[in-house]
Design a protein around this ligand. Sequence first.
Ligand code: G1P
Length: 303
Amino acid sequence: MIHSHPRISKAVIPAAGLGTRFLPATKATPKEMLPVVDKPAIQYVVEEAVAAGLDDVLMVTGRNKRPLEDHFDRNYELESALEKKGDADRLAKVQESSDLATMHYVRQGDPKGLGHAVLCAAPHVGDEPFAVLLGDDLIDPRDPLLRRMIEVQEQRGGSVVALMEVAPEQIHLYGSAAVEATEDSDVVRVSGLVEKPDPADAPSNYAIIGRYVLDPAVFGILRRTEPGRGGEIQLTDALQQLAADERIGGPVHGVVFKGRRYDTGDRGDYLRAIVRLACEREDLGPDFRSWLRRYVTEEMQER
Ligand code: G1P
């Protein structure tokens, strides 16, 4: 079947947040550059976009975010030093991030919320569907969520959000979706969305996790969206309007994700993400796991 709409090729990554939860580490370093094992968190996200076929990446940044641009650029001084030493392994690591994708940057200026950050991408994205990836959520590459979302968008049109069932006491941390089943077991129709609801008002325990495939009609809505929760222009509020009237930009669907997701947004979750990913690494995992086992056993005895 030939699709009349263009293939999705652009990814937008909002990265203008101040990272206040990680102070003082983030005083002079963007939170996106904090390492998860030995790679900055943001590199996992760009790799995920590329693995889903999106090789045009726009980062929405702000002041103090220069290290992000440097990370995805060449570093000739370091490269020639490693070349001289004949250290091919490390040279490959340095070059990996600059060869990944075609990177673009736009500054958000005033940090007026996620919806506003996405709106800053409008001139670059133009009139085609695009993906949004939030840096605080890492999705395990073995569970390719974004590829499935793109497939669902190509089949059904409109916009697609990633949903994950969370405990009722957690739903206030997320956007929550009212859903109806479809004939695909992993796809739901989204009929409404609420940003960070009180548990009593949550339409369901389906939480939006930070992956979206959006119809460009969202830009027009965002331009008119008033500040919502926290005084910020919320992407969830714009999506709610799309869901309420599919004449604007087609339907909104959700892909229900049951795979491995690592949250790096707060300190506890960030530490857990590092431990889990370190355990699974072929190079570091075996030693780290046996140390961890001993450490946990000793800890249990002491308490
Ligand atoms: C954002 C969105 C929220 C979503 C969450 C996923 O919130 O506004 O709807 O559930 O990302 O991580 P944030 O966590 O940036 O406050």
